[in-house]
Design a protein around this ligand. Sequence first.
Ligand code: PYC
Length: 310
Amino acid sequence: MYVVDSHTGGMPTRVILDGGPDLGTGPLAERAAHLARDHKTFCSAVLSEPRGKPGMVAALLVPPLDPTCVTGVIYFDVGAVLGMCGHGTIGLGVTLARVGRIEPGRHRIETPAGVVTIDLHDPNTVTVINIESRLVKADVTISTPDLGEIIGDVAYGGNWFFIVDPSPIPVLPANIRALTDAAITLRTHANALEIGGERGEPIDHVIFQGNDPDPMVHSRNFVLCPDNTYDRSPCGTGSSARLACLSAKGQLEPGQEIRQNSIIGSGYDLSCEPGPNGGVIPRIRGRAHVMAEGRLIFEDTDPFKSGIPR
Ligand code: PYC
């Protein structure tokens, strides 16, 4: 299996250029469901330790249905197959350039959530123009014995988010453990209460918004991912969902650019335009760096060839 590893603002992406399972030729959402249902061992082998690392997202390249797309891609972390991944798409753009598959300029990429566009500005800088993102339900109250009453927004940005602003816990690196525990508790309660998408889609990510010490930065976030690790980047799909909330509440003008930092201080430049269905079309500009290129080997005699069970 041939892979290239990159990181986007500290968040790792492993692009699988060949050696993945055959998922057929159907719509990408069907192929993603097939991956989630029938290839759990493959997902764990690629991303769990010892071959993978906590937080890592894989980008499995597949043939696109839409011939105008440079590739199709299915993203997954060790907990779930994702509809879309913003940091992964920035990493994918930089990786495709590195292996000589794209030049600077505009390219289309097919994902299970829809076709996204990237602008590759230079070998490390990519703008993602994401699928239409939307606020689904504003000011939803969730009560938990540990956290009390928490108010947040349900929003979609290619994945399903519960966004809490302001965070009940300061968004500081020293609080990553406490933020992780609180976010897992909230997601568990949200899903038990069936607070999610319009068609019953469960919440897969939780965001806590806080202030950033830099006055030029709009806010700093903590994002819990499906694998129960936190996003080292400000989360591209989460930032998209957040843009949809700010825009719906009249707190962001079309085209207005804001800087969003992650809990570790890496950042995206964000803006959005109105979308055709009442949501917004987000633009996410960030930087990625390729770190490694190689073949993953899974020896039959290796007791951890499927990864260390979680
Ligand atoms: O950047 O959209 C994102 C993302 C999703 C999960 C991890 N990163």
